[in-house]
Structure formats: C-alpha cells, structure tokens
Design a protein around this ligand. Structure first.
Ligand SMILES: C[S@@+](CC[C@H](N)C(=O)[O-])C[C@H]1O[C@@H](n2cnc3c(N)ncnc32)[C@H](O)[C@@H]1O
Length: 316
C-alpha cells in the first residue's frame, strides 16, 4: 500500500466519529478496524503515538479536515445513485418509508412538518442544503408551489437530480463554502439531515444567514445523540441549537424523537425480512452498511441516548 493511502486511512479513522467532528484519539482496536490496517503498519507509520492504555493519538492533524472530507465526498458520491438504482434498496425504501427514496431517517410525517415549517408561498424560492438526488427538493416544491434549488457536493447525485427533475435547479456545491455560489437570496433554506457534515457549523450557519431574505428561515432536522444516557430532553442542548444560539438566531423546535425511534425500529424489522433479497441481487454490502447503522441507532434509542428535533430558525 502507498504511504499516502496508509496516512489517509489513519487520519480518517481518527477523525470520523459521528455526529461530531473529532476526536484526535481513539482506542487501538477501533483504529485498526476502521483503517483496515495491521498493527505493525500503524505503528511504523510515524503518524501516531500509542499510549499505555492502547489509546492511539494522531501526531499530525494538519490534513485532517481535508482527508475526512474527501472520504465523505467519495462515499456519498458512490452510495447515493447506487442506492437509487438498486431494486432491493428501492423495495426497502417502499417498505420503510412508503414513498420515494431518501437518504435520511425522515418518515413522511417529519418531511411534511419540515415543509410546513418553511412557510413557503407559491412562487417563493428555497434552497435545499445537501439535496442528494433531489427527491425531497421536488417533494417540497410540489407541496408548496415554490421554486427549489438543491446543492450537494456529490457530483453524480447532482447529475441525477438534474435529469430526474428538470424543472428544478441543482448545483454542485459545498456546505463549507456556500459563498462561492453567488445565489440570489432565498425565502427559506432546508437541511434534511445534513448539518452534521460542515467542518465548521458556525461558519456554515453564518453563510446560510447571508443567503436568506430578511425574515427568511432555515428549517433543519437534527439528531442529538450522546455516548452515555440519558440524553437531555431540551432542544437547546444539541450541537445545532448551540451553534444557532451562538450565531444569534431565534429558533423553535418540534420533538420528532418518537417518530425517529419508530422509523429505525421499522427499518430493523424490514432489514431482517429482506436480507435474502439484498443478497440475491448482489447488494449484500448495502444491506450490511444499513444494518450496521440501524443496529447502533436502535440501541441508542432503546438506551435513551437520542433526541430528534426539527428546528425552524431565523437569523438575527
Ligand atoms: C444524510 S444525506 C441527506 C440527503 C438528503 N437531504 C435526503 O434527506 O435524502 C446527507 C447529504 O449531504 C451531502 N453532504 C455532506 N457533506 C456535504 C458538504 N460539505 N457539502 C455539500 N453536501 C454535503 C451528502 O452528499 C448527502 O447527499
């Protein structure tokens, strides 16, 4: 393996721990597993220090955001369209959501609440931040008569969104650099489960504020998950609410925890029923990925470590 590839794997393994960006240290077993490296390669990389408790510390963090982001971008770029085109995944989507493809734990009730929170009139303009293949952009536009623009950093998803929804606008863009896109101001922006990903959430919120007309609103679904329960039931305690407060936004939140838990439990049941179908169609890796995320998330809901909030916010 090339030294650059080894370095990249180590950096990503030490940077990626959802939902927050960080930390710079992680237990040895987890790093070896996430980086898919053997211990000798890790030790001889020169990039880490392993302490007496077998905790791995990254020595050089300078390229951390870049490596993490490249990996995320590649991952999304290959996953989104592949799932859209997989017959077994589409059957899963129909069974769990009962409606069109999406790449987020949003059942139709949550989607409808968020579209309502955007308070769009026919002809108004909205921006969908992290729109993937544009299915929810199209849903919001249909429901309100508003004109939608979607941005996402996954180019193949944007190509597909343009082909499937030629009446809407789709742009390859980065949540970390919205200023580069020179948009006219929007009446609302929506983030269907995407505000976990900016490298600097404060900065992204500041950029979103500049893209809104006076009185325009940002609507965002956000899961607040903690390592040890019970999680706070105050919507002000999530990372997103704290960033909104620090940026001087005014906000309200709807509790979607019950719907969120029900969604993931339904996913878990459907996945068990559909394992063979995924395998028969050569999609066992897709099944394994979704199953891993679903198991961890159901466990977190069962242990009262998760709250799910739908925020509507206005900049000061
Ligand atoms: C969990 S998916 C949600 C997709 C879509 N909103 C939905 O609900 O189906 C997150 C999306 O955010 C996009 N994304 C992640 N980081 C991004 C970034 N820095 N800039 C632009 N898009 C990003 C991904 O490509 C992906 O489409």
């Amino acid at each position: 393996m090339e030294p650059q590839e080894i370095a990249d794997r180590i950096r990503v393994a030490l940077s990626r721990r959802k939902p927050t960006f960080g930390p710079r240290s992680r237990p040895l077993a987890e790093v070896l597993d996430a980086a898919e490296l053997d211990e000798a390669t890790l030790r001889s990389s020169g990039l880490v220090r392993i302490d007496d408790d077998d905790e791995v510390h990254l020595l050089d963090t300078s390229d951390l955001p870049g490596a993490w982001k490249r990996r995320m971008q590649d991952g999304f770029d290959s996953a989104l369209v592949r799932q859209l085109d997989s017959a077994s995944y589409q059957a899963f989507v129909q069974a769990v959501y009962g409606s069109e493809y999406r790449f987020s734990p949003l059942d139709d009730g949550q989607v409808a609440t968020m579209i309502g929170q955007m308070e769009l009139r026919p002809g108004a303009r909205f921006l969908d931040l992290g729109c993937a293949v544009g299915t929810l952009t199209a849903r919001a536009a249909r429901a309100t008569g508003a004109r939608g623009t979607g941005i996402d950093f996954a180019p193949s998803a944007i190509r597909r969104a343009r082909a499937d929804h030629p009446d809407l606008a789709f742009v390859v863009g980065d949540l970390d650099d919205l200023g580069a896109l020179a948009f006219e101001p929007f009446d609302a922006a929506v983030a269907f489960d995407t505000l976990y990903f900016p490298l600097d959430l404060h900065d992204t919120l500041r950029q979103v504020a500049t893209l809104l007309v006076p009185g325009g609103r940002l609507v965002a679904s956000f899961t607040h998950r903690v390592a040890e329960g019970p999680v706070s039931d105050d919507p002000a305690d999530s990372r997103l609410a704290q960033a909104l407060d620090e940026g001087g936004w005014t906000w309200s939140a709807v509790d979607a925890t019950e719907a969120g838990g029900a969604f993931w439990r339904r996913s878990a049941e459907v996945l068990v029923e559909m394992e063979e179908r995924f395998r028969d169609q050569g999609d066992e890796d897709l099944w394994a990925n979704i199953h891993a995320e679903t198991s961890v998330t159901v466990e977190a809901y069962d242990a009262d470590r998760v709250r799910r909030w739908l925020y509507a916010a206005t900049p000061s």
